[in-house]
Design a protein around this ligand. Structure first.
Ligand SMILES: [Zn+2]
Ligand SMILES: [Zn+2]
Length: 303
């Protein structure tokens, strides 16, 4: 029996488990990315990068175990690159230094602190942007997007050689070919195509602040509380999303797949399913996905 859940969502696979306050860890193999490390996912132990939303232990606590696995699996000719909110990197390096000494084996990472709005090129044409999130400790969301060059409409039909010449002129630094700024205008418009958005441990305002996240092909979003057992007031006090606040936003979400996760353990999986189906299926239809344990697990959480 699988200990994690796998969702196949078009071009992307999302594998992992998530239970609010207890553990959240996902792996997206096509992007070579881990999203948080609240469980040590063996299948993702040799991934190139970890996007850490914040340093609460249900998102960070299993990082040492993951790095131990990585060492065992010969992973990483390079250390894991951890992208994290600014301010987290120091404590992360320091705590791993102590654990490395105890373990008598290096648990190295490359920690790269980010502020909201910062961008990182993951591989040619594929970018990451840190998104603002609202939680009691420094927290970021993440958007992975493709940056695609499209020929400007008025240049369509031009011979390839002429387009190449325009491109050369635009990239030439200074020189006689350049325009007023020493550089000709590019023949291309740059288009951003949002591929994956990841927002957890945040107030729903984070979604409104980042419209591109709502247009991503896959949006992974927390929805910790679902009914009046913990009302909106309680959810907001802990900076989490409540279903009552998500439902009115659902019609604005254009994502091809919306994955909800980080449900509180006060709700059983069957209850999560019933409540989300009733409130969100009418808005999202087949685009709604719930990160719940596989059916053979019965009505119990993963761990
Ligand atoms: Zn959490
Ligand atoms: Zn948290």
């Amino acid at each position: 029996m699988s200990l994690v859940t796998e969702l196949r969502l078009g071009r992307l696979t999302v594998r992992g488990a998530s239970l609010g306050g207890l553990y959240t860890a996902l792996h997206v193999p096509e992007l070579d990315l881990l999203l948080d490390a609240g469980l040590p996912l063996r299948g993702g132990a040799t991934a190139r990068r970890l996007l850490l939303t914040h340093a609460h232990l249900d998102h960070l606590g299993a990082l040492p175990a993951l790095l131990g696995m990585r060492g065992m699996m010969g992973g990483g000719d390079k250390p894991l690159e951890v992208l994290c909110p600014r301010g987290v990197e120091g404590g992360l390096r320091e705590s791993l230094r102590h654990l490395s000494a105890l373990h008598a084996w290096p648990l190295d990472v490359t920690a790269r602190p980010l502020d909201a709005g910062d961008e990182v090129e993951l591989r040619p044409g594929l970018w990451l942007r840190a998104l603002p999130a609202y939680h009691p400790v420094p927290t970021l969301g993440y958007l992975v997007f493709e940056r695609v060059e499209k020929l400007k409409p008025h240049l369509r039909g031009l011979p390839a050689e002429e387009i190449k010449a325009l491109k050369r002129a635009a990239s030439a630094e200074g020189g006689a070919e350049g325009g007023a700024e020493g550089r000709a205008e590019s023949p291309f418009d740059v288009e951003e195509r949002p591929l994956l958005a990841y927002l957890t441990d945040t107030l729903p305002e984070a979604l409104k602040r980042s419209p591109a996240a709502m247009r991503a092909r896959v949006l992974i979003l927390e929805c910790t509380f679902l009914n009046d057992v913990k009302p909106v007031r309680v959810a907001r006090a802990g900076c989490h999303i409540h279903l009552d606040e998500l439902e009115p936003l659902a019609p604005l979400i254009e994502a091809e797949a919306v994955v909800l996760m980080h449900f509180s353990q006060i709700h059983k999986p069957s209850e999560v399913r019933a409540l989300c189906e009733a409130r969100l299926r009418p808005h999202l239809g087949a685009r709604l996905h719930l990160l719940l344990p596989p059916p053979e697990q019965g009505d119990r959480w993963w761990l």
